[in-house]
Design a protein around this ligand. Structure first.
Ligand code: PLP
Length: 407
């Protein structure tokens, strides 16, 4: 069998970039390999995970949620991996910490990033403040409105937030602007990409900084239950919280893995962000993967109620996992995510991010994943990638619309 090509997942991934970026990517790849081979690098990162971010995050058995979905012939234990309890409120800090430690060692003085929901921007501005580095965050002008609280937080943290006003003024356009900046300034600037997307080595590097989620989950569930879970579900935007959760379980064939994409107003509506379920293969932001495009190969507008899932592409490793069938990908519509948001809030007193609510909505489809004759208890883990404070305005507006329409 052919050895897999470096930087590729099957035939997905690669480095489809202008020549001006090749030397910056080569420098990054070498630094990544060099420093992550050192125990001292991981020791420092692990101490930041523990003392700065609050890891390990708990694996919480949600009693009322479990009861709600259990039935006479279906005994369920639903666990939540509480990434929302990280410092800054989401899993994004895991990756930002890893990359800033790398940037420091590379002698960079300036950090740039793109952000959609603002969680990655806040995480990046946070680590830049702590390490005393200049920070510039690109954010779609539409997302800046949807996530005004996070914009304010980034500015408080000392970051410059620059609106991306091209295209749909969302995450894809923020990525374009960040790449443009990096091409011009790569000598002193490190670009912290926020998901498992972009050219090699980003998809591998971001996954490796996020796989702490799955590694902890594995240890925690074995301690609590003495066995692995039956099903694990996570939402997929670019795919970093899902990849971090799934990666340590990929070889455990008995564990079913499910990724939830944003089906927006419906997969048939044309207004969604389901790159894996409805996209075709092509190149976006330096990597070959599934993406939303029209017949001429132009990138199509993505839509989701959650800014963090509103991206027309997806990490290349997910594309490989879709083709191989190891991970099953489903779409969750805006209204189903909203219902799951309210349900967790009421049943468990935990307000989830709208992105994470897509993973919670999977519980409605759960029955079809469990064999009818299953005698044992079914253990499910949902990755709660972030907390919902940033989404309160969106949810309030939606409630207003509903009241208005129902009146
Ligand atoms: C809380 C939360 N979950 C999930 C995502 C989606 O990103 P990814 O698919 O890379 O985990 C985001 C993105 O901003 C987010 O803020």
């Amino acid at each position: 069998m052919d050895k897999p090509l470096k930087g590729y997942f099957g035939h997905y991934g690669g480095q489809y970039v202008p020549e001006t970026l090749v030397s910056a990517l080569t420098e990054l790849e070498k630094a990544y390999e060099y420093y992550t081979a050192q125990k001292e690098f991981w020791a420092e990162l692990n101490s930041y995970y523990r003392d700065y971010s609050g890891r390990p995050t708990p694996l919480f058995l949600a009693p009322r949620l479990s009861e709600h979905y259990s039935a006479e012939d279906l005994k369920l234990k639903i666990y939540l991996k509480r990434e929302d309890l990280n410092h800054t409120g989401a899993h994004k800090i895991n990756n930002a910490l890893g990359q800033v430690l790398l940037a420091k060692r590379m002698g960079k003085q300036r950090i740039i990033a793109e952000t959609g929901a603002g969680q990655h921007g806040v995480a990046t501005a946070t680590v830049a403040a702590h390490f005393d580095m200049k920070c510039c965050i690109y954010m779609g002008a539409v997302d800046m409105q949807r996530q005004a609280l996070n914009v304010y937080k980034m500015r408080l943290l000392g970051a410059e937030v620059i609106p991306a006003t091209g295209g749909t003024q969302t995450l894809k356009d923020a990525c374009n602007e960040a790449i443009r900046d990096w091409v011009a300034n790569s000598l002193d600037t490190h670009y912290i990409i926020g998901s498992v997307v972009g050219p090699h080595p980003y998809p591998v590097m971001v996954r490796d900084f996020q796989r702490v989620i799955g590694e902890e989950t594995k240890d925690q569930i074995i301690t609590k239950e003495g066995r692995l879970p039956d099903i694990i579900a996570a939402c997929v935007g670019g795919g970093s919280n899902a990849m971090g959760m799934f990666y340590p379980f990929l070889q455990e064939e008995e564990v079913k893995l499910v990724g939830l994409e944003a089906a927006g107003e419906g997969l048939e509506s044309g207004r969604h962000a389901a790159s894996l379920s409805r996209g075709r293969q092509g190149v976006l932001h330096g990597a070959f993967s599934y993406l939303l495009q029209n017949d001429d190969g132009q990138i199509e507008e993505a839509h989701s109620i959650s800014a963090g899932l509103d991206y027309p592409g997806v990490g290349p490793e997910h594309s490989m996992l879709k083709d191989s069938g190891r991970v099953k990908y489903l779409g969750v519509q805006d209204q189903a995510a909203l219902a799951a948001f309210h349900q967790l809030t009421k049943l468990e007193g935990i307000i989830p991010a709208l992105e994470s609510a897509h993973a919670l909505a999977f519980l409605e489809e759960l029955k079809s994943f469990i064999p009818r004759d299953a005698e044992k208890e079914t253990i499910v883990v949902i990755n709660l990638s972030g907390r919902g404070d940033k989404d309160i305005d969106t949810v309030r507006e939606e409630a207003g619309h509903e009241q208005h329409n129902g009146a």
